[in-house]
Structures are given as structure tokens and as C-alpha cells.
Design a protein around this ligand. Structure first.
Ligand SMILES: *Cc1c(COP(=O)(O)O)cnc(C)c1O
Length: 339
């Protein structure tokens, strides 16, 4: 049997810190961030707040913790929150939005395209206050790009309509922007243009940007102060975190590189289509393919050294900085050899 070199398309989280990033980490200026701020973490937080057009930001160990901190501060027991069906905060955070943040999740059907909800759907679900024993709808949680919908991008005009619908109906808005960088690059806009009007936003440094650890949750200065307390409650306060923030600062310099991942995603989708696969046209770095039997396909791919993952009943290939154009061509050659 042929021994294939592994090509890992399971996620953009598999990216490993390169030499430049490791050197920056080794040389980082540090202090105890739990006691009185680490200078490198502070620098990273200021940079991200600026990029997102908000007052302040807080480094957190993971995107899930960033979302959880925001939801904890937005929700009280007896509240409910709205999110597009398939959202990470609904399906992939072990229900912490409910059992820690205390909110009852209410999925909105994606009535305006893959991963997209309409402003009308938000208004209808927000509704008017009912009798005292009904849930209060308190929050709209958006996701850009929408992961399980294949990295679908929410356009700034739709974003604006959703934010106004939320504000009109008395909802706050949290944006899960784990891959907001990808949306910004795909649209050729600054990330801040996609976070206009939100109360809080979470962005990941550890996906396509390649940092080993870290996300940032951002909003008003008052939010960041409270978020720091909740982070500590959750065990997410770290001491000389500058070592990790230094990787984040290098990662921020790599946002433009995401365009390469997007081009590679289009090339992979094109190649698979030519081989007879049923594939959606990717908007960013995620390619979803519909197959008759998911397990059979994933196992078959694995035998070819092509690692993909399951996502909402389909095969998900994620493009990232550790798989290049040559790797895409090689994956297509291997898949073509058995089709
Ligand atoms: C990855 C991801 C997160 C959470 O990130 P972790 O760092 O893995 O906790 C949140 N939202 C979306 C859409 C994601 O893809």
C-alpha cells in the first residue's frame, strides 16, 4: 500500500506556529497579567480593539470562553437569546450559554441563505413582552463567517439591518467573529466595518491566523472591565500571558494572507466539481461537499492521507496556511486516482 504524506484539511486550528512566531514568543516582554496587566497582552488588546472599532478588548484562552464571557454578561436567568441555526454557540460549546450564562437558546431558521437570517425573522422572534412567566428575549448572537454554513459571509448591509432590528426590539448584539478576519478579507473591508453597532465581539487568533492559543473578546471599556472578572471566575486569567499574546500580535500581521486560503478553497472546490463531487462555491476558506455516505467518504479520504471532517452531515475541507496550492493539487490527484 502506498504511504501518503498527510494533508490536513480538518480545520484551520491545526496550523502550527512557525519560526517567526516562536521567536516573537520567546522574546516577549512579560509581567503578571492577573495582578496588574502584562504589557504584551495589553498591546495586543489595544490593537484588536482598534481593528474592531470598539473601546476595549480582553485576551482569552479560547473563542468558546470569549463567547461565554459575553453571554454571561448579557444574559440573566429567564432570558433567551437568538442565534442562526447551526451557530457555534448553539451546537459546539456544550450548552454553556444555557447552563453557565443562563440563557435559553432560540435558533433562528436561516431564511435568507446559508447561515443568514433576515431582519424580519429577528423582529418576529424578539416579539413583545408576554406575561411574567414568559422568557425575555435579551440578545441576538450573530456569527460571521458562519462556520457550519461553509464559511458564509454576512455582508455589511445585512449586518446593519440585523443590528437595527435587534436595537429596535430591545436586544443586545454579540458577534461571534471567530473568522471575522476571513469575512473582512473576502469583502475587502476593514474588520470594524463588519462589527458596526454590536455590543460585543469575539475574534479568534488561533484559526487561520495561525497562533497556537488565543482569542479576544471586545466591546465597551465597562464591558472589558467586567469581562476580566468573568474570565477569572472561569479560570481563564493567565500570568505571563505575553508569551501567548506575542504570537497573537504576529498573527494579526497575517490577516491579508487569508486571501491565499480563499483562492485555495476555490481551487479545491473547482477540482472536486470536475471530479463529479457536489460542492458549494466557497465564499472564504471552507469547502462543504454533499456525499451519499459521510463515513464511507471520510474513511476513503483518510486512506488517501487526505484528512477532512464532518460538518452538518457533509464533508468539510478547511483551507489554512499549513496547506498550500501544491497540497490542494496533490489532494485532487489522489482523489482523482480512485474516482
Ligand atoms: C472555533 C470557533 C469558536 C470557538 O473557538 P475555540 O477557540 O475553539 O473555543 C467559536 N465560534 C466559531 C464560529 C468557531 O468556528
Amino acid at each position: 500500500m502506498t504511504e501518503y504524506a498527510p494533508l490536513d484539511f480538518r480545520s484551520d486550528t491545526v496550523t502550527r506556529p512557525d519560526e517567526t512566531m516562536r521567536l516573537a514568543m520567546a522574546g516577549a516582554e512579560v509581567a503578571d497579567d492577573v495582578l496588574d496587566h502584562d504589557p504584551t497582552m495589553r498591546l495586543l488588546e489595544e490593537r484588536v480593539a482598534e481593528l474592531l472599532g470598539v473601546e476595549a478588548a480582553l485576551w482569552v484562552p479560547s473563542g468558546s470562553m470569549g463567547n461565554l464571557i459575553a453571554l454571561t454578561l448579557h444574559l440573566r436567568p429567564g432570558d433567551r437569546f437568538l442565534a442562526p441555526r447551526g451557530a457555534h454557540v448553539l451546537d459546539s460549546e456544550l450548552g454553556t450559554a444555557a447552563w453557565i450564562a443562563g440563557g435559553m437558546p432560540h435558533p433562528l431558521e436561516c431564511d435568507a441563505g446559508p447561515g443568514q437570517v433576515s431582519a424580519e425573522a429577528v423582529r418576529a422572534a424578539a416579539g413583545a413582552a408576554g406575561p411574567y412567566y414568559t422568557l425575555r428575549t435579551a440578545l441576538l448572537c450573530l456569527e460571521n463567517t458562519h462556520n457550519s454554513a461553509g464559511g458564509a459571509v454576512t455582508q455589511p448591509d445585512r449586518h446593519a439591518l440585523l443590528v437595527s432590528a435587534a436595537k429596535e426590539t430591545g436586544l443586545r448584539v454579540h458577534l461571534d467573529g471567530a473568522r471575522l478576519w476571513n469575512a473582512a478579507v473576502a469583502l475587502g473591508l476593514p474588520p470594524a466595518a463588519l462589527a458596526v453597532g454590536v455590543d460585543t465581539v469575539q475574534v479568534c487568533l488561533s484559526k487561520g491566523l495561525g497562533a497556537p492559543v488565543g482569542s479576544v473578546v471586545a466591546g465597551s471599556a465597562a464591558f472589558a472591565t467586567e469581562a476580566r472578572r468573568v474570565r477569572k471566575m472561569l479560570g481563564g486569567g493567565v500570568r505571563q500571558g505575553g508569551v501567548l499574546a506575542a504570537a497573537g500580535l504576529v498573527a494579526l500581521g497575517r490577516v491579508d494572507d487569508l486571501a491565499v486560503d480563499h483562492a485555495n478553497a476555490r481551487a479545491l472546490a473547482r477540482g472536486l466539481t470536475e471530479l463529479g463531487w457536489q460542492v458549494d462555491e466557497p465564499e472564504t476558506n471552507i469547502v462543504l461537499a454533499s456525499v451519499p455516505d459521510l463515513e464511507v467518504t471520510l474513511t476513503g479520504l483518510r486512506h488517501l492521507g487526505v484528512f477532512a471532517g464532518p460538518m452538518a452531515g457533509r464533508v468539510r475541507f478547511v483551507l489554512h496556511r499549513d496547506v498550500g496550492g501544491d497540497d490542494v493539487a496533490e489532494a485532487l490527484r489522489r482523489i482523482g486516482s480512485v474516482s
